[in-house]
Ligand binder design. Sequence first.
Ligand SMILES: [Zn+2]
Length: 417
Amino acid sequence: MKRLYDEKEAWSPEKRKAWQDRRLSRMVRLGYQKSPALRRMLDANKINPARIKTREDLEALPVTSREKLVEMEMRKPPYAGLENSTIAVDRIFTSPGPVYEPHLSENDFLWARAFFAAGIGSRDIALNAFSYHLVAAGLTFHNGLRKVGATVVPSGTSSSQIQVQLIRDLKVTAYVGTPSFLMSIIDQSKEMGYDFKKDFRVKKACFAAEPLLPSLRQRFEKEYGIRTFQMYGATEVGDVAYECPAKSGWHICEETIVEIVDPATGKNVAPGELGEVVVTRLNDLFFLLRFGTGDLSRLVTKKCSCGRTSFRLAGIAGRVGDAVKVRGLFIAPSQMKLLSAKFEGLPLQAVVSRKGHEDVLTLRIEKINSQVNTDSWKNNFKKIFKELCSVRIDVLEVVEKGGIKTDQKVIVDSRTW
Ligand SMILES: [Zn+2]
């Protein structure tokens, strides 16, 4: 059986980069001819389109956030002049803002890599519980499912009762939607007198648009025997990354260039450091370069056991506004939660202060047992913190049990500027 969707997924990082660089250079030159907005932007920054030859060259361009895109589209509806007006647009989607997005054709294979990696194929009957109304989700996931050969039940946002009925009558094997909706479908099935695991055939679930909490994932997998996969994308740029069976990060799609940048400067951070996910989708229709998602993540460059060679995103650590920068590195509340979970739910709080011109990171933790005060425990804790957050703890302060209230902020920035 084919292990990868296509040969690109096994390309060496050098080969992939060379191919993406060529596509990028072509996209920028074409965009300069076809899109008045891109031409204006490059001219304003005094950049000759021929200068953008590699992903590193993208740093010369500004990051465009969703808010900025809405503003640009309001000034010049519908696509802010970012489109190639000589190509026929197949569909126009919209998302809150409003943002309008042109989609090239139903031949694109958005999400196909993700569904393939989740093991979905021609024997599957997939329930697509994403909305087909106005927004891109329903139809683009639908097309991706068709590209891997699955039969699709376009159930959209029908009630959970109807979803249960479809799962039962049509012998659905895979679910595509949000994790919370799958849980309410399972609850509904119980109310209707069914045993979801025994009575139905749903064995795979692909989630997007919502974080998958580890506790919920465990319930799906252990209690209901459903293999779960996460997918990540944005309407403005399509699919961005997807999980493989190794489940150790999300593989970046071959057709997208993902940068992890410092939101304040737009410059790339070092591999492994936390920063904003900035996406450029390589295409000939919509010349949106460097779309800032506002999501925080880290890049994983270590090879994956599944055979795919693309770099991965280490999940989403939160939104840009939630993170605090310490000595040039971001830490996010979600990283604190992850750390706490690794130590039996240890209550903790990070306090960032300043001594002279230096940032000082103090980590307050509760003495949940006598171990916590030993040097070996503390050293191990510091080591794991450094692995997870890249930054070093300066002061580890052990407080008595109950000393950190759950309603306190998990990261406190006490610096004054
Ligand atoms: Zn993998």
